[in-house]
Design a protein around this ligand. Structure first.
Ligand SMILES: Cc1cc2nc3c(=O)[nH]c(=O)nc-3n(C[C@H](O)[C@H](O)[C@H](O)COP(=O)(O)OP(=O)(O)OC[C@H]3O[C@@H](n4cnc5c(N)ncnc54)[C@H](O)[C@@H]3O)c2cc1C
Length: 665
């Protein structure tokens, strides 16, 4: 099938307005005749479900947690971008568009990114109206901070809990509709297949995770807001339950999977501490506003720090290498994530890592304490030369900005980051890849939509910090509610979709067979055993840097591991009960298929761009080397096995932005 991205004609800045004027509408009375399934109630799915129900559609919403409030979105810390230009520092829709396309290494679709920048300002107004307590400055106006890859302050935040506050907003909007009966909420339900009738998505098969019952649900359209798949790496900053199952099942039913190899590895996470670990913790990028990243300049000092004979605070300024400030003076510590992650890896690979495993760099707030403290002392008329007082005053300011993050660090690492620099190392954090969608957010299956992190997104090869929340909420509050009407306008006389159709029989049989196979397998190894091994292959061979040899090995090893999984996995308990291990097994089975496609995609992409770095394609300074021949979105069609997937290319055109070398110097 040829890819049609359905980008509207006309000037970039007019496309979205014109499109909204041109597309079909469903009148309010007819909306009552239409059912929509929304799978996922994180920020993307939650905002979509609330808005669609508010518009009058009948919404059936699903999540696997016990409440929409527990979606992975709640973990988001640092903030959400919007081109409001409240700081008067030169921001604009165009600048946000430009930064996003450049940040993504010129691998995203211009029209979508421009629309995203355009609606970003509405999101803030919407959320403020819901009561989201964004941080405010002294005068009571909304405050902003900076995130990587940009030269303005456009990030709105609520301490280090922005995702939580935004999710409470979306959740309360949903609850209003649940109360009205317009949303039927199915918590603790896991979607295990999409049902396609006459070529259109008409329902899902879900498992009630509490009783084990397999259920059929029908609708006129199905929306997936099911999040990202970074947990394929086993260790990541994702919530433990995040998975690829919904997206992967959709892929197997005809939805093309785009850019699977584009993963974001976030530079500021708490380093891995050992083999027993199942989760990594993010230290928000917002900390790079005030924290300075460094390693010792000399290997002898590295050794002394590692063996405990030297404290980092004792090392003189001239013996420290603030390598981001040295290499990228214009952006300094606020270079984009891919650049910062690779720079940390480069220093650690060269032997400068500061912890026992050699995989950690410092994130140091000492300068910020003094800078803020001096200002406070000045404001309060206190002694600006009293270092102890100044440091204390500065620490208070930093505490107000990032207190919960500092507390989290201390609890996990058992070191006080007010007294000693934090240690950080890159970790898997976000997936730019996902289900391919057109301008209307529809997948290659008619009536099947994907929003938020689940789609292949507007972020190209690298997402800028604070832009995931922006995209998820743009999709859910402001884009999908318009575009889905265009499709559903043809369904106003269709009537309810029966779940007795043979397509539902077939999909349910499919699901039951997989579950039976898993519970009756009687192997000898746990699900985690396989997940950990997959994670190791992914991290070592498809991680921060990739090369042809490793990727070829990864493809073979993942296929072998998958075979072993189906022979050897053991699932205790039964299918007709609450069985966490069974749910996990299904998810890992899908990761084992996705992993192979991931490596295949990375192998085909013979260039370096954003989160995809191929050793063979780098400049003499070690920077990513893009290649014009790869200026496309890869969209994979499922053909029975991951190895047989067929590549389709969406060529990317840049008419409104000049493709240049991506420099942050
Ligand atoms: C620690 C951390 C901090 C972050 N901080 C920021 C930040 O400051 N700013 C920013 O912009 N981004 C941030 N991000 C990224 C951002 O949080 C996510 O990209 C975003 O929240 C994803 O939202 P979503 O709605 O697409 O998916 P999710 O929030 O992951 O929601 C997925 C939903 O789908 C449901 N689901 C999944 N599969 C199924 C299934 N098979 N059946 C039924 N339901 C299913 C889940 O139950 C859940 O409701 C952060 C990420 C992490 C990990």
């Amino acid at each position: 099938m040829a890819l049609d991205s359905k980008i509207p004609q006309g000037p970039l800045a007019d496309k979205w307005t014109k499109h909204k004027n041109d597309i079909n509408l469903v009148n309010p009375a007819n909306k009552r005749l239409i059912d929509i399934i929304v799978v996922g109630t994180g920020l993307a799915g939650g905002s979509a479900a609330a808005t669609l129900a508010e518009l009058g559609y009948n919404v059936k919403a699903f999540c696997f947690q016990d409440s929409p409030r527990r979606a992975h979105s709640i973990a988001a810390q640092g903030g959400i971008n919007a081109a409001k230009n409240y700081q008067g520092d030169g921001d604009s829709t165009y600048r946000l568009f430009y930064d996003t396309v450049k940040g993504g290494d010129y691998r995203s679709r211009e029209s979508n990114v421009y629309r995203l920048a355009e609606v970003s300002a509405n999101i803030i107004d919407q959320c403020v109206a819901q009561g989201v307590p964004f941080a405010r400055d002294y005068g009571g106006l909304l405050d902003n901070r900076s995130f990587g890859g940009v030269l303005v302050s456009r990030t709105f935040y609520a301490k280090g809990q922005t995702g939580q506050q935004l999710l409470l907003g979306a959740y309360s909007a949903m609850n209003r509709q649940i109360g009205r009966g317009k949303i039927k909420m199915h918590t603790r339900h896991e979607m295990l297949d999409v049902v396609i009738v006459d070529g259109k998505a008409r329902g899902i098969i879900a498992r009630n995770l509490v009783t084990g019952e397999i259920e059929r649900h029908s609708a006129h359209a199905v929306v997936l807001g099911t999040g990202g798949y970074g947990n394929a790496f086993y260790l990541s900053t994702y919530a433990m339950g995040s998975n690829v199952t919904a997206a992967w099942k959709a892929h197997k039913r005809g939805a093309y999977f785009a850019n699977p190899c584009y993963t974001q590895i976030h530079p500021t996470c708490i380093p891995v501490s050992g083999d027993h670990q199942s989760k990594l913790t993010l230290m928000s990028e917002s900390l790079r506003n005030d924290g300075r990243i460094w390693v010792p300049k000399h290997l002898k000092d590295v050794e002394a720090i590692r063996n405990g004979s030297l404290k980092p605070t004792e090392l003189a300024e001239e013996d420290r290498d603030y390598y981001l400030e040295r290499r990228y003076p214009a952006f300094g510590n606020l270079v984009p994530r891919d650049v910062a992650s690779r720079a940390a890896k480069e220093r650690c690979d060269a032997g400068y890592g500061v912890n026992k495993t050699g995989e950690a760099v410092y994130l140091d707030f000492a300068s910020a304490f003094m800078r803020y403290g001096k200002e406070q002392a000045h404001v309060k008329g206190l002694d600006e030369n009293d270092d102890t007082l100044v440091r204390k005053l500065g620490q208070e300011i930093v505490k107000n900005k990032y207190g919960n993050l500092f507390q989290m660090y201390e609890k996990i690492v058992d070191q006080n980051p007010y007294e000693t620099p934090m240690m950080i190392y890159p970790a898997v954090h976000y997936t730019m890849g996902g289900i391919w969608v057109d301008y209307n957010l529809m997948t290659t299956v008619p009536g099947l939509y994907a929003i938020g992190e689940a789609n292949f997104s507007d972020h190209g090869a690298n997402r800028l910090g604070a832009s995931a929340l922006m995209q998820g909420l743009a999709d859910g509050y402001f884009v999908l509610p318009y575009t889905i009407g265009d499709y559903l306008a043809d369904d106003i006389r269709t009537g309810p979709i029966s779940t007795d159709l043979k397509e539902f029989d077939e999909a349910e049989k499919n699901v039951n067979e997989t579950i039976d196979k898993l519970v009756n397998n009687n192997g000898s190894k746990s699900v985690d055993h396989f997940h950990k091994r997959l994670g190791k292959i992914m991290w070592n061979k498809c991680g921060m840097a990739r090369n042809e040899k490793d990727l070829k090995e990864a493809i073979t090893e993942i296929a072998e591991l998958r075979e072993e999984f189906w022979k050897e996995v053991k699932i205790p308990g039964n299918a007709d009960e609450y069985n966490e291990e069974l749910a996990k097994a299904g998810r890992v089975a899908d990761f084992l298929e996705l992993g192979e496609l991931f490596a295949k995609d990375a192998l085909v992409r013979e260039e370096s761009a954003g989160g995809h770095f191929r050793d063979e394609y780098q400049t003499p300074e070690g920077e990513a080397m893009r290649r014009k021949e790869f200026q496309f979105v890869s969209a994979w069609e499922f053909k029975g096995e991951p190895k047989d997937a067929v590549l389709h290319k969406e060529e990317l055109e840049y008419e409104n932005i000049k493709v240049k070398e991506r420099s942050y110097k």
